[in-house]
Design a protein around this ligand. Structure first.
Ligand SMILES: [Zn+2]
Length: 397
């Protein structure tokens, strides 16, 4: 199976400058390639990777900066572009901007890459045109390197190895099924009442972020102070992102390790207005600000959790089933009565028909599980009935 391993790079100043150049070159190749593809499409023609790569090789004579960058990374950019255009459509693929897109480029060929461990804490990797680059050896590579991506994140450079770990997919673990809901009150709630939450932004960080953003608004464009403020915001965001990644990995591992089938809501639609209303009930302006921040971060993290679940499921012998999110938060998991006023508040669900009371997120997770079991043909296990036998959950969040 393929897995990713990411390490912090320690470029020399020269290497860093060069990496920025390569990032610039890849971005320009992306944008030029996209422009060309669009121009062709507008007049009813088509240009593909092979022709674009040929033209790029020719263009190197006229543009020395293009010849300076490792040719494989540029070709890889064109391949990525082709894939993006095939998946999303030529006119939906985005431009890459220097301001918004952090540099990232891939070395696709393992033949040009060598990795060594130099000490307990340090390793080094040889990359085309960059030479030996040191990185923090925080964990073993654990397999054969397939390709390497160099990227900048939150002002720091990282190297990400795609590794074939030689492990086969696990056999089904035979554990019980579970439904998972993206909670309103907590981050993740399951049908068996397990709830997990994490603070992604601390109160102090939320305040600091706001202050930095106000500062940024006052500073003149292109000034040195402004870019310093930007870097501070970037570092803060990177820290928050790291917490989210950690949370997502931990949760995905836990869920797939303990369950043979994990049912989740499909990403597309979920009414988030309810959560906005909920924040008004919380006192204190800063609390509200922070809660809003945490929630928006989690909203982004949900897609990441789905991806992490798919990945971890293969390692842990579990299966992921996605169901469309339809009325899961309004339907009674005990009797099936569906009405908007079943939802007494953000946290509490009370059925108007049978009086069943439960934590709202857990109730939704039970409905998700039932929908998943119906899809997989295990509906005769009667999730509805077994849920009915369970005592109402009154667990406070
Ligand atoms: Zn009911």
């Amino acid at each position: 199976m393929l897995t990713g391993r990411r390490y912090l790079l320690a470029f020399t100043p020269g290497q860093e400058t060069f990496a920025e150049l390569v990032g610039d070159a890849c971005r320009m190749v992306w944008n030029t390639g996209l422009e060309q593809r669009r121009a062709y499409r507008r007049r009813g023609a088509f240009i593909g990777y092979v022709e674009q790569a040929r033209q790029m090789a020719e263009a190197k004579k006229d543009f020395p900066w293009l010849a300076e960058a490792p040719s494989h990374t540029l070709q890889q950019t064109l391949r990525d572009l082709e894939k993006a255009c095939k998946t999303h459509g030529t006119f939906k693929v985005r431009w890459r901007s220097k301001r918004k897109n952090a540099p990232s480029f891939r070395f696709p060929d393992p033949k040009h890459i060598a990795v060594e461990r130099v000490s307990r804490r340090w390793g080094r990797v040889r990359l085309p045109k960059l030479g030996w680059v040191r990185f923090r050896w925080t964990r073993p590579l654990g397999g054969m390197v397939r390709n390497v991506t160099v990227l900048k994140d939150g002002g720091r450079w990282y190297i990400s190895f795609c590794v074939e770990d030689g492990l086969a997919e696990s056999t089904p673990n035979g554990k019980p099924p579970v439904g998972v809901d993206r909670g309103v009150a907590v981050a993740v709630a399951t049908s068996d009442g397990w709830m997990r939450d994490r603070e992604f932004v601390t109160l102090g960080e939320a305040v600091r972020l706001k202050r930095l953003q106000q500062q940024l608004a006052r500073q003149r464009k292109g000034s040195a102070r402004r870019s310093a403020t930007k870097a501070k915001i970037g570092r803060l965001n990177a820290r928050v992102r790291a917490r989210r990644t950690d949370f997502v990995a931990w949760t995905a591992n836990r869920l797939t390790r303990d369950h043979g089938l994990v049912v989740v809501e499909d990403l597309k639609v979920k009414n988030m207005t309810a959560s906005a209303k909920g924040t008004l009930e919380q006192p204190g302006s800063r609390v509200r600000q922070k809660a809003g921040l945490n929630r928006s971060i989690l909203a982004k993290g949900w897609g990441g959790l789905l991806a992490a679940l798919e990945h971890k499921a293969r390692c842990n012998g579990s299966r992921i089933v996605r169901v469309p999110p339809a009325y899961t938060s309004q339907t009674c998991a005990a009797c099936g009565h569906c009405a908007p006023d079943n939802r007494e508040s953000q946290a509490v669900f009370r059925c108007r028909a049978c009086g069943h009371q439960a934590n709202a997120d857990v109730n939704a997770a039970k409905n998700i599980l039932a929908a998943g079991l119906a899809v997989t043909g295990r509906g005769d296990l009667a999730a509805g009935r077994s849920a009915k036998r369970q005592p109402p959950e009154t667990e406070a969040v």
